[in-house]
Design a protein around this ligand. Structure first.
Ligand SMILES: Nc1nc2c(ncn2[C@@H]2O[C@H](COP(=O)(O)OP(=O)(O)OP(=O)(O)O)[C@@H](O)[C@H]2O)c(=O)[nH]1
Ligand SMILES: [Mg+2]
Ligand SMILES: [Zn+2]
Length: 413
């Protein structure tokens, strides 16, 4: 950027390159084999069973409440600006991009970040792992994110002359999954970069399934071009099959990919292993839902630390403390991440929200007011449909919670 904050032609060119890369990755995804590997749930006739016991308290452990305030969001143009600045900070074109005439970066060897914390990163190059220092060049101002480097990043690495290794640049990212920093929200942290699947792990019990978080992750996956997969773990703890079916019905109707697994009995583990094959998948969900246990069941030699959910609180203890990218025997990578509770909808606007709730949007045309928010207007068809059990209460619940926290279109924070 120059002193007036305008992009130089060189930076603009890099941004354009990045957008082409993203577009290519989108096309690859569209023709990808995700759907072949996972059995997608079909669009069944709607026969919703309304959850009678749906309340915030039922699905939000007590200490979740404090995080709502953290889930503030940036206005859309701020997000766009950050993305622009981030792309401008990339200093090398994608090396495997033959039709752009790009070559391997002259700054060093290319590697894959397998773990990162602050200004240190572990980078895999030619099958070996190197401890690297991240040069202080990539600031938040440059990248739009608090952490300069995240798991999944492709980076160029050079020797520092005294036996150490330095991450010089981050190559353009095809996808980014980010979240608000727990303390510095709404400033964003990258959870993982360049992933093509998002495995949303929710335990059925211990802790109780929390569909609002699933809904948020579904939006995040869709907005960021990452294929979401809903994984309901601890299926051995399902006592009432009808309750399980009713809770998951909205996602079956939406055509989501749903896996039912148990790291204890091995249910669904083969299917999960197949689904992970050949892709880069980031595994997310609350602490204690069994993310690390599941990955260990998929491939025991990953040796991931797991631990008991606290009996007193029913919550996990954040056993996994740092995201880690792991190579799978059958090809592909998985990023195990620490359980997180806060997950904001950075950059999402009220105008866009209905896109992510198509079943609600489908009913909206019958509302009395064409711009009905379905929050409390009279003669709201969405409200009526939910009351009649024709719309899933859990989805409307999520819609309303997210609606409440988004700034109105055009509003500046
Ligand atoms: N009953 C049952 N328990 C499970 C299952 N999967 C994991 N657990 C238990 O749940 C607890 C938490 O598992 P972890 O794998 O550490 O959970 P995690 O999601 O990685 O947690 P964080 O690393 O804190 O985010 C452990 O005691 C596991 O043994 C399952 O399918 N069924
Ligand atoms: Mg873990
Ligand atoms: Zn309405």
């Amino acid at each position: 950027m120059n002193s007036e904050g305008k992009l130089t032609p060189e930076q603009a060119k890099r941004i354009a390159e990045h957008h082409r890369n993203v577009a290519r990755s989108e096309r690859r995804k569209q023709i990808g084999n995700v759907n072949k590997r996972f059995r997608r749930t079909g669009k069944n006739n709607r026969g919703h069973v309304r959850r009678k016991d749906w309340t915030d308290e039922a699905y939000r452990p007590e200490d979740e409440h404090d995080h709502v305030a953290l889930e503030r969001v940036m206005p859309r143009d701020e997000q766009d600006r950050r993305r622009m600045v981030e792309q401008a900070a990339f200093q090398a074109p994608a090396p495997e991009d033959p039709d752009d005439g790009a070559t391997v970066t002259p700054l060093g060897r290319q590697g894959l970040v397998i773990s990162a914390a602050g200004l240190s990163a572990q980078v895999e190059m030619d099958g070996e792992e190197y401890d690297c220092t991240v040069r202080g060049l990539m600031t938040e101002l440059d990248t739009g994110f608090l952490n300069p480097v995240a798991v999944g990043d492709q980076v160029s690495v050079s020797e520092d002359g005294s036996g150490g290794w330095v991450v010089e640049t981050v190559l353009p990212r095809t996808t980014v999954l980010s979240r608000p920093d727990p303390i510095l929200a709404p400033r964003q942290l990258v959870i993982a970069a360049n992933v093509d699947q998002l495995l949303i792990v929710s335990s059925w019990r211990e802790p109780d399934v929390w569909l609002e978080l699933v809904d948020r992750y579904l939006i995040a996956g869709e907005r960021n071009g990452i294929q979401p997969i809903i994984c309901v773990n601890k299926a051995d703890l399902i006592e009432d099959e009808a309750e399980y079916e009713a809770a998951l019905r909205p996602y079956v109707d939406l055509g989501c990919i749903i896996l039912r697994t148990s790291a204890v009995t091995g249910l669904g583990v083969d299917e999960l292993r197949e689904g992970l094959e050949g892709s880069t998948t980031v595994v997310v969900g609350l602490s204690g839902t069994g993310k690390s246990s599941l990955l260990s069941a998929v491939q025991p030699d990953l040796r991931l630390r797991t631990s008991e959910v606290s009996e007193q609180s029913g919550h996990g203890r954040h056993t996994t403390t740092r995201a880690q990218l792991l190579r799978l025997d059958n090809g592909g990578y998985v990023a195990d991440t620490p359980g997180i509770r806060e997950f904001g909808m950075a950059g999402l606007t009220l105008g866009e929200l209905p896109e992510y709730f198509p079943e609600i949007d489908a009913v909206a045309s019958a509302c009395r007011f064409s711009n009905c928010s379905h929050m409390n207007e009279p003669e709201c068809a969405v409200d009526a449909a939910a009351e009649a059990g024709l719309l899933p209460a859990s989805r409307l619940h999520s819609y309303r919670l997210i609606w409440d926290e988004l700034p109105s279109d055009g509003e500046r924070m």
